[in-house]
Design a protein around this ligand. Structure first.
Ligand SMILES: C[S@@+](CC[C@H](N)C(=O)[O-])C[C@H]1O[C@@H](n2cnc3c(N)ncnc32)[C@H](O)[C@@H]1O
Length: 356
């Protein structure tokens, strides 16, 4: 018996009862969890995204219509809360409410939707954040779609180069030891286009990942906005030339537990995060096929520094109080090239409406 690695990863992360992400409230992200994300650094990430959304709303969206933020991969909803609080703070400080901002979260799992709604009700956001089950229900006029570290959690397939050809790495059971084990099999038709694209100039034993889930996901979200739409995909990853560099012999698959990285996804299944870097060239191609054009591909450092300009100007020359000092520390973590600034990338895509 063998199953594809993507099938195994989907179960390990998303099985309704035993999956790593089945109950976000029990999967704290940050110091007490298994890994950090920009959201877990603190509220500054959402605050800066609120600034960036405000800038776009003023410059490129129709101010007389509401602007929608649609998020997927929201986990426990922290980023939504941080963005809305940031938006309110900017409004209060500038004395200008700005346009009407509405927030929608796409969350396909019923249990996770219920947990999100409960949190938003407890924290007084139930009228401002809507949680829907699919992209089909999230459709809006104009706005920004965003996801932070969603795509690195998409199930991937693993290819391995043996004797001059690509094989698929699969998950089997070692009957003698009664445990999960690796196997290989000939490529199924669905993976052949990925292998053809890679070519055959790879060293023996080379392993890498491909993510067919990107091709299924892009068409779901590419038509979210009937009018002007921007898409911000924030994640770690590389362009194809770097992702598939011959020197990257063991791919990018990593497992995280209590801030320790391993490469063994069969250890503590359901209690360990499994992730792979994003191939941004693949995303760009899939987006183009779905009618979205690349506006910019940059790193988090540049994206957030641009977003932070109005805030940095507003505190220039002041002695920072405790809250501002904390925000400045978080800002440094998010943007410093040796911390999160360079590792995280932002792909900004836009639809036809944005170019009219
Ligand atoms: C690495 S975590 C990032 C969480 C959060 N965005 C952050 O930055 O802290 C990935 C999240 O994406 C969620 N996720 C994965 N596939 C999803 C999908 N198809 N729709 C909605 N959420 C998804 C997972 O449940 C998990 O909460």
């Amino acid at each position: 018996m063998a199953i594809s690695f993507a099938g195994f990863m989907a179960l390990a992360l998303y099985h309704e009862e035993f999956g790593y992400y089945s109950v976000p409230a029990t999967r704290q992200i940050g110091r007490k969890g298994d890994f950090f994300t920009s959201v877990s650094v603190g509220e500054t990430f959402g605050f800066l995204l609120a600034h960036r959304i405000r800038g776009e709303a003023g410059a490129r969206f129709d101010a007389s219509e509401p602007v929608f933020v649609i998020e997927q991969g929201a986990h426990d909803g922290q980023l939504a809360i941080d963005i809305l609080r940031g938006w309110d703070e900017i409004s209060a400080q500038s004395g200008d409410q700005g346009c009407e901002l509405r927030y929608r979260i796409i969350e396909p799992r019923e249990k996770v939707r219920a947990a999100l709604c409960e949190r938003f009700t407890t924290e007084g956001f139930e009228d401002r954040i809507e949680v829907v089950a699919s992209a089909g229900e999230a459709g809006a006029g104009q706005g920004v779609f965003l996801c932070n570290e969603l795509l690195d959690a998409f199930p991937v397939e693993i290819l391995t180069f043996r004797d001059g050809r690509w094989l698929e790495k699969v998950v089997t059971i070692d009957e003698a030891e009664d445990k999960l084990a690796w196997g290989t099999r000939e490529l199924p038709d669905a993976l052949k286009p990925f292998a053809e694209k890679l070519g055959n100039d790879f060293p023996e034993g080379y392993e890498t990942e491909v993510c067919p889930a990107i091709d299924e996901w892009v068409p779901e979200v590419a038509t979210l906005f009937s009018g002007k739409g921007l898409w911000w995909v924030i994640d770690y990853g590389y362009e194809a030339a770097d992702y598939y560099a011959p020197s990257r012999r063991t791919g990018t698959l990593r497992c995280y537990r209590k801030h320790e990285a391993t490469e063994d996804p069969f250890e503590a299944v359901g209690d360990t995060d499994i992730t792979a870097h994003v191939n941004f060239s693949h995303l760009e191609e899939a987006a183009a096929a779905g009618g979205l054009a690349l506006n910019q591909f940059t790193d988090q450092h540049h994206f957030l520094i641009h977003a932070a300009k109005p805030w940095l100007l507003s505190i220039e020359g002041e002695v920072p109080d405790r809250a501002t000092a904390a925000r400045l520390r978080q800002f440094q973590t998010l943007t410093h090239p040796s911390l999160m600034g360079q590792q995280f990338k932002v792909m900004e895509l836009e639809n036809e409406g944005m170019r009219e």
